[in-house]
Design a protein around this ligand. Sequence first.
Ligand SMILES: O=C(O)CCC(=O)C(=O)O
Ligand SMILES: [Fe+2]
Length: 207
Amino acid sequence: MDEGALPLFGGSDRHVSGVDETFGTAHRVQLDAHSWVEHVPGWLFGADELFRDLLAGADWQQRWRRMYGTRVEEPRLTAEHRDLGDAHEMLRDMARTLTAHYGVTYDRLWINLYRTHRDSTGWHGDGASARRRECVVPVLSLGTPRRFLVRPTTGGPSRTFRPLAGDLIVMGGRCQVDWRHSVPKEVGPSGPRISVNFAASSQFRPD
Ligand SMILES: O=C(O)CCC(=O)C(=O)O
Ligand SMILES: [Fe+2]
């Protein structure tokens, strides 16, 4: 990547990081006529610093989910920013870059922490935050790599993506309705992973 294309965050020596504003490594997988997943390897340069900052400093909360009539703990922690005012400076800059590139105004985010290989996200669509018929949902991976799976809502084989730290996975088109995604538990021990989900209040409302 041409260094000129790298906007640097911060400006002090502490911040040696930035994103590829050209999305030059983006590789789009067309899932069907209406849905796609884009993998952007190495989108964020300097992912370790952001990972450390978020691990230590995000407002991690335990969330609960109702399943079969009982309340169960989600097997991960989550920190939510309903606006970007108090989000990490690098995340605010990223939201601006994603907004310019995908033409969707990313004005909120939530961050997930998978503490070990036993934490996970079950099959779901982002129904509450992506209600338009077509949505674009970017997810940044940090820390230990985990598998990211997608499969048709009606069932069928899944496709596996393997985002590394600093990679973006972007779900587009009718992915949140016609497809489901998950981050499954892993068998072997693994270190923590963080994912940053960029959300847009414009996509919260059905069209
Ligand atoms: O951790 C990920 O990569 C995906 C998380 C996710 O799908 C969600 O929080 O809705
Ligand atoms: Fe999701």
